[in-house]
Ligand binder design. Structure first.
Ligand code: AN7
Length: 352
């Protein structure tokens, strides 16, 4: 089997890098596009459904795609420290790639609203973690100002290299299918990823490929749906803490992507997110984090609008292990505890 070199080497000609750019990589990308037949069956109409399982990236989320680019370009520019605000995944990726590139990383997080796995990552990768009494949107305001005043490079998705790296997920989907899907279902928080995918599908089409462009279907959690309602949300709230964002910084670009692709934005409730999250795990053996399940929840919710015979890709942005508390608190498992340690008890409990 070929050793995948990471997305910068794989898609060098499509990215703003030169021979002088030091490539800081954990060999991210090349994530699987997995058929999900039980989801397709629920949609019916001969639809084909796949998930782009980006939770299999090195730090467990799609953020690695953007971070290999942002950190490589920061290194090229001679920067010694990076900063970001994060609901968790950006901080994990920033911390890992910064350390690999020999840089410091500062991460601002909303105190108490980052899933355990992500917090563990930021700490073990050696980030300097600043938990604020405020939400993500406030943290982003602070880091944007900090990056203007102090010698730290901002690696949130306002950094254009982030979206450049993330667009490669669209390339991989086209490479895998041989064409673009009819629908691309994706969760939205700060709306960088939907922007990056749209850029990727368009650029690839204008390059060697001659595929149709997908409809960009973006989904937000009901308690945190500023793009769906064309507003800002002061106190966003959802079980999907990754997308607990009330004032998306890429709002205008996401709206352009929706309009240009004849796409749509919809909300899904936390209950619908959890149903999809459990369905993916129990029926397909795919464990993603709750924010990621919003893409499948959205497909279920809008299934009547999917054309017969369509190909649909749902983006699973993060790994389920990121948020173990959510899994432990939201499952229908048979979990028998405090059993006597003998075969009779065990067999009896098993129903034999
Ligand atoms: C799993 O880590 O914003 O719409 O600070 O972690 O591009 O913001 C994470 C976002 C979807 C939304 N799924 O992506 C952060 C952060 C997962 C995420 C999103 C995020 P964008």
């Amino acid at each position: 089997m070929h050793n995948w070199p990471g997305l910068i080497e794989a898609y060098r000609g499509w990215l703003p890098v030169s021979a002088k750019t030091p490539v800081i990589t954990l060999h991210e990308g090349a994530t699987p596009l997995i058929p999900v037949p039980s989801i397709a069956e629920r949609i019916g109409k001969g639809v084909r459904v796949f998930v782009k399982y980006d939770g299999l990236n090195p730090t467990g989320s799609f953020k690695d795609r953007g971070m290999t680019m942002a950190i490589s370009k920061a290194k090229e520019a001679g920067c010694e420290a990076v900063i970001c605000a994060s609901t968790g995944n950006t901080s994990a990726a920033a911390a890992a790639y910064a350390r690999r590139g020999g840089m410091r990383s500062f991460v601002l997080i909303p105190d108490g609203y980052v899933a355990q796995g992500k917090l563990a990552q930021a700490l073990i990768y050696g980030a300097e973690v600043l938990a604020i009494r405020g939400n993500f949107d406030r943290a982003l305001d602070i880091v944007r100002e900090a990056a203007e005043k102090y010698p730290v490079t901002l690696v949130n998705s306002t950094n254009p290299y982030r979206l450049q790296g993330q667009k490669t997920a669209a390339f991989e989907i086209v490479d895998a299918l041989g064409y673009a899907p009819d629908w691309l279902c994706i969760p939205m928080g700060n709306a960088g990823n939907i922007t990056a995918y749209w850029m990727g599908f368009q650029e690839y089409q204008q390059g060697v490929h001659n595929h149709k462009l997908p409809r960009m279907m973006g989904f937000q959690a009901s308690g945190s749906a500023p793009l769906v309602y064309d507003t800002t949300v002061d106190n966003p709230n959802t079980i999907a803490t990754a997308i607990r964002i009330g004032n998306p910084v890429n709002r205008a670009k996401a709206i352009d992507a929706r309009n240009a692709s004849n796409g749509a934005f919809f909300e899904v409730t936390d209950a619908e997110i959890i149903t999809a999250y459990q369905f993916l795990s129990c029926k397909e053996g795919i464990f993603c984090e709750p924010a990621s399940a919003a893409s499948v929840a959205g497909l279920f919710k809008r299934k009547d609008e999917v054309p017969a015979g369509a190909t649909v890709v749902c983006v699973l942005t993060g790994n389920g292990l990121k948020d173990p508390d959510c899994a432990i608190n939201n499952n229908d498992a048979a979990f028998h505890t405090n059993l006597d340690p003998d075969l009779d008890t065990v067999a009896n409990t098993m129903g034999f």
